[in-house]
Design a protein around this ligand. Structure first.
Ligand code: ZN
Ligand code: ZN
Length: 257
């Protein structure tokens, strides 16, 4: 399984993109930095997009994915919780903001097909087994466990606050992609906004270790650009507490599992 980070930040600038992971060139997890990161022919290989939640930083590029059709025309399946898809349809794809790509070029063969999912529903997409697992955010949200043929797996949390113990009982990935957004001194705000700081992440990973006896390889995304330098230091310190390396993801990082 090949996983490429297309977007590793919570904002977009000339050097960083919004959240998006690409799995084996065909499945996107979130669509923040999807079309803004990929050549047209690579966009046209995408078969499915799995949305963690509806926030704009995770869904922005869906519109251009709809616009960048292939020849012959093909349909991309867009999966998400019913609440997620409802918001995405209402505010991005309803035909007022731009074209309604769930009806275009035709109702029978649209460019984007919205496919509601339920927590823990097992999906089989392009030879991958995928399970959505609820996480704690300000709006309904899931992370995705993605397992390739042969059994290697990743878990991508998307945006999450603390309190992941129930989630940890459901997933045992080889690589964990998880967010850190704010600094340790912002903990009260991050708890309220349902995001993680380096110290909150360390606590969640310690819970994981208590439960399973180990911590998988950890790659952090969704960093705030404003505080990135300080965050890197605090993440390194959190790694020392756990006696392991906490890797910081970046745009273009590709791993083979
Ligand atoms: Zn969010
Ligand atoms: Zn976000």
């Amino acid at each position: 399984m090949k996983i490429e980070i297309l977007g590793a930040h919570n904002t977009e600038t000339d050097r960083c993109r919004l959240p998006c992971l690409l799995v084996d060139d065909e499945i996107a997890l979130d669509a923040g930095g999807l079309t803004s990161s990929l050549a047209l022919d690579k966009q046209q290989r995408i078969k499915a997009v799995l949305l963690t939640h509806h926030h704009f930083d995770h869904t922005k590029d869906l519109v251009m994915l709809g616009a960048n059709d292939s020849m012959p025309p093909s349909t991309v399946d867009v999966y998400g919780l019913p609440d997620t898809l409802e918001a995405v349809y209402l505010y991005l794809l309803d035909g007022k903001m731009y074209r309604d790509y769930t009806q275009w070029p035709s109702k029978d063969q649209p460019r984007l097909r919205l496919r509601p999912i339920a927590p823990f529903q097992r999906l089989f997409i392009q030879n991958h087994e995928i399970v959505p697992v609820p996480v704690s955010h300000t709006v309904p949200a899931v992370g995705y466990l993605v397992k390739a043929e042969g059994g290697r797996s990743i878990f991508y949390t998307g945006d999450t606050g603390n309190g992941l113990s129930e989630c940890w009982e459901r997933v045992t990935p080889d690589v964990l992609f998880i967010e850190v957004t704010g600094l340790n001194r912002m903990e009260a705000d991050m708890v309220r906004l349902r995001h993680l700081t380096p110290l909150l992440l360390a606590q969640e990973l310690q819970h994981y270790r208590n439960l399973k006896g180990h911590i998988p390889r950890v790659i952090i995304t969704h960093l705030s650009v404003l505080y990135e330098e300080e965050l890197r230091q605090e993440i390194a310190d959190a790694g020392k507490l756990l006696e392991m390396e906490l890797e910081i993801g970046y745009e273009g990082l590709t791993i083979d599992l």
